[in-house]
Design a protein around this ligand. Structure first.
Ligand SMILES: [Zn+2]
Length: 223
């Protein structure tokens, strides 16, 4: 049985549509958020291929993400390896604290903003209480990682070889993909995404999991 895990970065409004699809197909996902970048209401971030990208507002986030695990994506989404380590540590710790306080759940995962890190950043993330930190590097067998603070996924969700990677991952028992919901800008892409989720849900030899459960399968008290 292969465990399939996925995660989505940046807390944008298209996450709402992803979650509708996930709920329809009983799929799990982790959402990696930047606690310092949300306002009470939605705000325009930028355009992605002519489509506006809006960050969700705090006022709706509890309802949007209900039932899904939240992970830390840095308070302000900095290049953590390019700022003084004390500033990086503060961004990491405060990002986690604010998410835990708001959602009332233990935040044990981290996703590197821009996928970049160094040894000092890895140590700071672990010291802050995270059990894994996701990179953007692709590997065939993600789990167990050599170092949980450099947890490499299999691929981005739009990777053309996703299904080949999916089959290869059966050997190791974990398939892990990631993305940004705002990368889906056409109805065709959304339909293909739903088909992909449905196909995984229908796979008798796969089951959906949560990323942090790979690392901490037991109870998770708030700390
Ligand atoms: Zn990001």
């Amino acid at each position: 049985m292969m465990t399939v895990v996925q995660c989505w970065d940046d807390g944008v409004t298209a996450d709402v549509r992803v979650i509708e699809i996930l709920r329809r197909h009983k799929a799990n996902a982790t959402f990696n958020l930047n606690a310092g970048l949300h306002d009470a209401s939605r705000k325009l971030l930028r355009k992605h291929q002519d489509t506006e990208v809006w960050r969700l507002g705090w006022s709706e986030m509890m309802a949007v993400y209900e039932g899904f695990p939240i992970a830390n994506h840095g308070l302000m989404h900095p290049h953590l390896e390019q700022i003084p380590i004390e500033a990086a540590r503060q961004d990491i710790v405060e990002g986690r604290d604010r998410l835990q306080q708001f959602f009332g759940q233990a935040v044990l995962g981290f996703a590197y903003p821009f996928g970049s890190y160094n040894e000092a950043v890895m140590a700071a993330i672990q010291e802050a209480g995270h059990v894994y930190a996701r990179t953007t590097r692709n590997v065939e067998q993600p789990f167990p990682p050599e170092n949980p603070m450099a947890f490499h996924p299999c691929c981005h969700f739009l990777a053309p070889d996703l299904w080949a990677r999916y089959e290869k991952a059966r050997v190791g028992g974990v398939f892990y993909f990631w993305g940004h919901s705002y990368e889906m800008v056409t109805d065709v892409q959304w339909t293909e995404f739903e088909q992909m989720i449905a196909r995984i849900s229908a796979d008798p030899n796969a089951r959906w999991g949560n990323v942090m459960d790979l690392f901490v399968p037991q109870e998770r008290p708030l700390r």
